[in-house]
Design a protein around this ligand. Structure first.
Ligand SMILES: Nc1ncnc2c1ncn2[C@@H]1O[C@H](COP(=O)(O)OP(=O)(O)OP(=O)(O)O)[C@@H](O)[C@H]1O
Ligand SMILES: [Mg+2]
Length: 507
């Protein structure tokens, strides 16, 4: 195929409203072939909404879109595709058919087209094109593997390859790196750079990991509350701090809440715990009252598996857990909740919320008994009042506490799950990557809330691969590698380098 002609896309005066929300107002946005533009903003700023205008999902926009000076209407996903605009969402699974092979998934639309028209499919050709496309991207994935068997990072590659097969000129990547490990992120960037340079594609890159932008982007557009507040080149003197200030509209300093909490007696104790399929094994750990205990480890180290095992979502084959000295044996999550544990899961949108329910129902569900009236009914009034506090505490962006969770922005859905567990009355709170996908301002609010829990004598387990955050928030840290705890350190006596050393298998 080779290099495609250069194109310039411009969106002018784009506005869009949803019931109760002015999601975009008078937005201008430009994109050029062969360049990578970062799109940044706090949770709910309008990034995904703007990109869904471009990809033909949000069809009731006003304003104009031009490609090379030619006005075009994008009123359906097909219209976007016909213009060479492709989007890869963070939830890659929605766009893939797990039972089909890598090759078939790359060629999915071509195949669907042919089959729809009852034309004969040349399977050899399908495999050849798919294989060649992956090779062009510089990616090695077995094209006959089933998509259900490949990693998330590989699934993203399959979707990028599909976009290439479909002659895409503009590629939108909505928070692709949030679930990736550092190594995976580096390979991902290599592929993106490659398609930009050799195929002349124009890329929009959305991320809350601001440091990444400097590695890969040339321009940055910053949004705040549905408008564009900055549009600039990324120059060496541009700092993350400046970006954050534009993003939040105020001065911001990354600090961690001061930990002057009195640490009490041992609250939660785990001895020799092993998960039935050995996903984690020989786990010894303890958490004291008022203590924040970090679980540091890279993606794949077993942090999520550990959290799920503690919470009874995975069965154990051995070991012991004690809460306040009493033996507990969570056979399932509801038993764990009963015993006094709470887990904010990593896959929040999948496991943590009922997306079709209103916000107030979601944030109160883990503590329903708090909202009972004398006659034993759940008081909606009290639920809503509590929900309004959660909205305030976490800065959740929503028109009201009655909004359906599915209609909130990605990061705000994450905050709803966190709010849900903060409302519950547990003794030990387990957080699995709580800051993933949330903006830097909201992160700060989450740290404050976690510290508040500690101040109230709760025990906190905080699992994350963001070492700087772990160091900032924890009192003590366990480091995981390959399903085991390999080292225990005091947060004040270690550094990122040491965490990295042990979490990559150093002994
Ligand atoms: N279909 C919809 N119906 C109602 N409100 C919507 C809809 N789509 C988006 N919104 C609202 O528009 C605003 C912008 O949301 P958007 O998803 O664009 O934010 P975002 O910048 O992508 O945030 P995040 O970083 O959390 O992903 C939010 O207040 C969101 O709730
Ligand atoms: Mg979004």
């Amino acid at each position: 195929m080779g290099e495609t002609a250069s194109k310039r896309l411009s969106m002018r005066d784009i506005s869009i409203e949803f019931p109760g929300v002015k999601a975009l107002s008078h937005v201008d946005f430009d994109l050029e072939s062969g360049r990578i533009r970062a799109l940044i903003g706090a949770n709910g700023a309008g990034k995904s909404t703007l990109m869904k205008v471009l990809s033909g999902v949000n069809t009731h926009y006003t304003g104009t879109i031009e490609i090379d000076g030619q006005e075009c209407e994008i009123r359906s996903p097909k219209a976007a595709k016909d213009l060479g605009i492709e989007i890869v969402y963070q939830e890659v699974d929605v766009a893939l058919v797990p039972s089909l092979t890598v090759a078939e998934n790359i060629m999915l639309n071509t195949l669907a087209n042919k089959m729809g028209k009852k034309q004969v499919v040349n399977w050899k050709e399908v495999r050849k094109t798919a294989g060649e496309t992956l090779k062009r991207l510089g990616v090695e994935i077995d094209i006959s593997a089933r998509v259900s068997e490949i990693t998330l990072a590989e699934k993203q590659m399959v979707l990028i390859a599909r976009a290439m097969v479909e002659h895409c000129h503009f590629l939108i990547l909505d928070e692709p790196t949030a679930p990736l490990s550092n190594t995976e992120t580096q390979s991902f960037f290599k592929v993106v750079r490659n398609i930009v340079q050799t195929e002349n594609v124009g890329v929009v890159f959305i991320s809350h990991r601001l440091a990444e932008l400097f590695e890969i982007c040339e321009h940055i557009t910053i949004m705040r509350e549905g408008t564009v507040v900055q549009d600039m080149d990324i120059t060496p003197d541009l700092t993350i701090n400046t970006i954050v200030e534009h993003m939040l509209g105020r001065k911001f300093e990354e600090t961690y809440p001061k930990q002057d909490v009195e640490i009490g007696d041992t609250l939660f104790e785990v001895k020799n715990l092993t998960e039935r399929d050995n996903r984690v094994s020989d786990i010894d750990l303890h958490v004291k009252e008022g203590e924040i205990v970090g679980i540091a480890g890279l993606v794949g180290a077993g942090k999520t598996e550990l959290c799920k095992t503690l919470f009874g979502a995975y069965r154990t084959s051995g070991g012991e857990m004690r809460l306040k000295g009493k033996k507990i044996q969570p056979k399932n999550p509801s038993y764990a909740v009963e015993a006094g544990l709470a887990l904010v899961p990593e896959e929040r949108r999948k496991e943590g919320v009922l997306v079709t329910d209103p916000l107030y129902a979601n944030v109160t569900i883990a503590a329903l008994d708090k909202f009972l009236t004398k006659s034993g009914f759940v008081s909606k009034l009290r639920q809503k009042k509590s929900a309004r506090k959660t909205i305030d505490d976490l800065g959740i962006k929503t028109p009201s506490e009655c909004q359906t969770v599915a209609l909130l922005s990605g990061g705000n859905q994450q905050k709803v799950v966190i709010g849900k567990w903060l409302t519950s009355d547990a003794d030990v709170y387990i957080f699995d990557e709580p800051t993933k996908g949330v903006d830097i301002g909201a992160k700060h609010d989450i740290f404050e809330l976690i510290s508040g829990l500690a101040r109230n004598g709760k025990g906190i387990i905080y699992a994350s691969c963001e070492f700087s955050e772990i160091l900032g928030i924890s009192d003590r840290i366990y480091i995981m590698f390959d399903g085991q705890i390999v080292k225990e350190v005091n947060a004040g006596e270690t550094n990122e380098k040491e965490l990295l050393y042990y979490s990559t298998g150093g002994r």
